[in-house]
Design a protein around this ligand. Sequence first.
Ligand code: UDP
Length: 327
Amino acid sequence: MKLLVTGGAGYVGSVCSTILIERGHDVTILDNLSTGNRDAVPAQARFIEGEVATDASTVLGEGGFDAVIHFAARSLVGESVEKPEEYWRDNVGATLALLEAMRTHGVKNLVFSSTAATYGEPDEVPITETHPTAPTNPYGATKLAIDHAIRSYCVAHDFGATSLRYFNVAGAYGQVGENRVIETHLIPIILQVALGHREKISIYGDDWPTPDGTCIRDYIHIVDLAEAHILALESNKPGTHRIFNLGSGDGYSVKEVVDTCRKVTGHEIPAEIAPRRAGDPAQLIASCEKAIKELGWNPERTDLSTIVADAWEFTKNLGDKAHSAKA
Ligand code: UDP
């Protein structure tokens, strides 16, 4: 397929683009490099530096595109609380422009990066797709608004689309992985401590209502996540909007993640208990039954040690390219 991939210079977008190219797809990446890395763009992809809001229409207007995978977004929860206007503009505003560009140019197959943050504080775990959506921050609210917009384009304009609700994505695919200028995610931060680029990991609260007092999350390997995108792309049907949760189905506490990283890396990794982080739910665990049953998804890298080992291999080999080394 000839694909437009927005945000293909970011972590998830670059891994998915790499795998799509290996499977024979023709990939054009549109990314403004606000948070992505130019050197994460696969060599065989065509790269356009630009804005989804203004440039997607021009790109799709060239013709011949079969589908769009839309990764480009602002995705920091804390930042979304402080600057909601930027999240509504860059997430919702840009996606509305993308949907219109797709409609104008007759490209109606879409895979969208949604998030577990659309559910908010869960009533129960594991979280199924029928769980009520009540996001607790603007990031989750903007992604949920986009899910609704996409659904109405499917109904009214015959789009075939899938929203994939990611839980905690981690791991790497060989030399493609997480290397952000501003890192806030648990596993990459712990690995930066192991590398000596940070002194210690701060554990955000040990008084949560969980067995060891630290927050529980569901970590999904980036390669399993990428496979789900390909399955969605290949099975989208006009007039239909599907939503799937993507996780491993297992929850690990922050302390368990730190311990796993210690084992995998062989480094001590000093940790301290810090205050809770605003907006964190105590526990997020996905039910992946729907994706397994209806999408034919078969996640194969669900073991946390495998996820951390792949992330560690990538992080160790970054060398001078590591943003954390320059911090
Ligand atoms: N976390 C932590 N210390 C950090 C970063 C994250 O204790 O330096 C915790 C965070 O409170 C959450 C879990 O690790 O419970 C995963 O956080 P992350 O930011 O990786 O993903 P999120 O769950 O926010 O999407």
